[in-house]
Write a protein that binds this ligand. Structure first.
Ligand code: NAD
Length: 246
């Protein structure tokens, strides 16, 4: 309640669901997204339900835009309690078709974006002597998803970043954890899910693809007082798909 939470990529999917889940607990929410109209729509929906919420535009892979956005947040709220590094995307392509800037774009958004946003909040959290950073990884980090050389690498990097940062920030009472979703029904994954739904449902031990709220609940746990002794962990929220097939 009353905590200030910045959610990157909060204009859609898992980020939007996390914003709503946090709002249910009474948090004040910043939707940080490169899609300003989408971010404004989510912030307005939260305001309508009585929460304080603002939309801020930034591309998480752009250092200057990230710094400007976090300055804006600090001037509006005076602090940041929770950062959810969720902005990301997952294109599929076989290795020889990953050309031009695609490798850089995936790594810059999914991995460097987490780094830049974390770097932007750490001084404030250190000053507050408390903070929570939650990074959205993926089961693809474990490998085994065809055509995801760039994406799987970025998400494995997110888990490495989570562990290293957790160690460094623990003396400052800042926890850093990751949630690794399996296949979750969002705009970003819609086409893939529609095409493979029957196969996916048969291959996921719990028998269904995940919903954004399944991930939001796990993110909320890491942000909660109940998780104050948990850091450097990655929770796989994937209906059991990360450990085997039925
Ligand atoms: P989504 O496409 O529904 O939403 C992603 C949001 O991030 C959008 O609002 C988009 O505008 C924003 N965004 C993208 N690049 C950005 C950038 N450079 N700067 C700022 N904002 C940016 O996607 P989603 O499915 O909700 O995915 C959210 C996160 O979850 C991603 O990191 C994704 O890799 C991860 N994930 C998703 C699934 C899944 O099945 N949906 C599975 C595993 C991991």
């Amino acid at each position: 309640e009353k905590k200030i939470a910045v959610i990157t990529g909060g204009a859609s999917g898992i980020g939007e669901a996390t914003a709503h889940r946090f709002a249910e607990e009474g948090a004040r929410i910043v939707i940080l997204d490169r899609d300003l109209d989408g971010a404004r729509n989510v912030a307005e929906a939260l305001e309508l339900r009585g929460n304080q919420a603002v939309a801020v535009r930034a591309d998480v892979s752009n250092k200057e835009e990230v710094q400007t956005a976090f300055h804006e947040v600090l001037s509006l709220f005076g602090g940041i309690d929770i950062l959810v590094n969720n902005a990301g995307f997952g294109p599929n392509a076989p290795v020889l078709e990953i050309r031009g800037r695609w490798w850089d774009k995936v790594i810059d958004t999914n991995l460097k974006g987490c780094f830049l946003c974390s770097q932007a909040v750490v001084p404030t959290m250190m000053e507050q002597k408390s903070g929570r950073i939650i990074n959205i990884a993926s089961t693809a980090a474990l490998g085994g998803v065809y055509g995801t050389t760039h994406y799987a690498s970025s998400k494995a990097g997110v888990i490495g970043l989570t562990r290293a940062l957790a160690l460094e920030l623990a003396p400052h009472n800042i926890t850093v954890n990751a949630v690794a979703p399996g296949t979750i029904e969002t705009a970003g994954a819609k086409g893939f899910i529609e095409f493979y739904r029957d196969i996916l449902n048969a291959e996921i031990p719990l028998g269904r693809v995940g919903q954004p709220r399944d991930i939001a609940n796990a993110v909320l746990f890491f942000a909660s007082d109940e998780a104050s002794y948990v850091t450097g962990q990655c929770l796989f929220v994937c209906g059991g798909a990360s450990f085997g097939r039925p």
